[in-house]
Ligand binder design. Structure first.
Ligand code: AMP
Length: 380
């Protein structure tokens, strides 16, 4: 019996899941290593957290995961390891098997996603060392958006930058891929659907018949909605100001935009939505107001791109759990056909709408998308 391991390596975390390889993979175990590089901890789903040696790196984190899995599933035979890789560049529209040539190419995309791609590839290297016999596959956050029309892919810069790869890629593609599949299964009649993936990273995607036609994220994972610590849409003139007037260099600006902005920067309190919702600090209130305002604005823009909407889906930690955010996003949107039931919304029910637009709350599952791709690869 063969098994699939999925690895989602971020800057300071590594999420994993073990599946039995079947036409529809069956999850056997999952969990997360957090605070890699610091006070690392392994937390299997449903189990207590266990401290790892301080300073544990990605290879050490994966070794701890394997030790955990060999105890809980001693008979597992991992034949495919599926990796979440944030950037697949302009061409990869589907998962790809990782060969030295492909890895070198993906390393070349690191300048497009400097805070994600190197960590993803560190996870790949650690898994290759741990499973030299297994096939390794990369699933890209950008791939789902590769069918975008040119007008959604381009910036109004001289054409040579587009040709070099300076484009609007879009991210969270594994999540949108999963949601598109769920919408097709649960409500196949819906054609024009907007998905709001609201987590610590946040973006929105317009789907037409299950395919992405627009995304709020662009060249990097900074654009669009404000996020936990990322700024979202920003006038490039602000970056010029930071350089020219504040004397900030590229690393300082990168730190500011990726890790010190968004809900955390605006509130001065936290990037955690639960803390902001519980606070009456005026800056926390303003941060929440801005978050909701931007989602509503993008919702209107996506409805315009689609020529109206039939469905709206909330997912991600905030989208799946925060009834107040969903209620505020949907309030006064009856002009678009959106109305929700307070009772259903408060219960995080799968369908919360009372109007013609079907409003759904769907827990996303990026891991299963990777596992399905691994099965498809093994079958091919
Ligand atoms: P994710 O990145 O998808 O794991 O989502 C993380 C975000 O979801 C954080 O901002 C959390 O505060 C938020 N979140 C998780 N549970 C809840 C909840 N019950 N209510 C509001 N926000 C939540």
């Amino acid at each position: 019996m063969s098994h699939i391991l999925t690895v989602n390596a971020g800057s300071s975390s590594l999420k994993y899941a073990l599946y039995r390889a079947k036409a529809e993979p069956v999850v056997l175990a999952q969990g997360k290593v957090g605070r890699i590089g610091g006070a690392a901890q392994l937390t299997p789903a449903g189990g207590p957290a266990r401290d790892l040696p301080p300073g544990t790196d990605h290879a050490g984190a994966l070794a701890a995961v394997l030790a955990e899995l060999s105890e809980s599933h001693p008979d597992a035979q991992v034949t495919v390891v599926g990796h979440r890789v944030v950037h697949g560049g302009p061409d990869y529209a589907a998962p790809v098997e990782l060969t030295p040539k492909v890895i070198a190419q993906l390393e070349g995309f690191a300048p497009y996603a400097p805070l994600h791609q190197p960590h993803n590839l560190a996870g790949v290297r650690a898994a290759m060392a741990a499973f030299p016999q297994a096939r390794q596959i990369a699933c890209f956050d950008t791939a789902f958006h590769r069918g975008h029309p040119f007008v959604n892919d381009t910036f109004a810069l001289p054409r040579r930058f587009y040709d070099k790869g300076v484009r609007r890629y879009g991210f969270h593609g594994l999540s949108y891929d999963y949601i598109a599949g769920e919408v097709a299964r649960r409500a196949p009649a819906l054609s024009r659907v907007v998905v709001a993936h609201l987590g610590n990273g946040a973006s929105m995607c317009a789907l037409r018949d299950g395919r992405s036609v627009a995304s709020t994220m662009g060249f990097s994972a900074l654009d669009g909605l404000p996020m936990g610590t990322r700024c979202g849409q920003l006038d490039p003139g602000v970056v010029l100001y930071l350089m020219q007037q504040e004397g900030m260099d590229a690393d300082q600006i990168s730190d500011l935009l990726y890790t010190e902005s968004g809900l955390k920067g605006m509130s001065g309190l936290s990037n955690d939505m639960r803390e902001l919702q519980a606070s009456d600090d005026p800056r926390a209130v303003e941060a929440l107001d801005y978050f909701v305002f931007r989602i509503r604005r993008e919702l209107g823009a996506m409805a315009a791109v689609l020529g109206g909407i039939d469905g709206l889906v909330f997912c991600g930690g905030i989208g799946e759990n925060s009834a107040p955010v969903r209620a505020r996003v949907c309030a006064g949107m009856d002009w678009l056909g959106i109305a929700v039931s307070d009772t259903a919304n408060d219960a995080n029910a799968p369908v919360i709408s009372t109007g013609p637009v079907q409003v759904m709350v769907i827990p996303t599952n990026e891991e299963i998308v990777i596992a399905r791709a691994a099965v498809a690869l093994a079958d091919a």
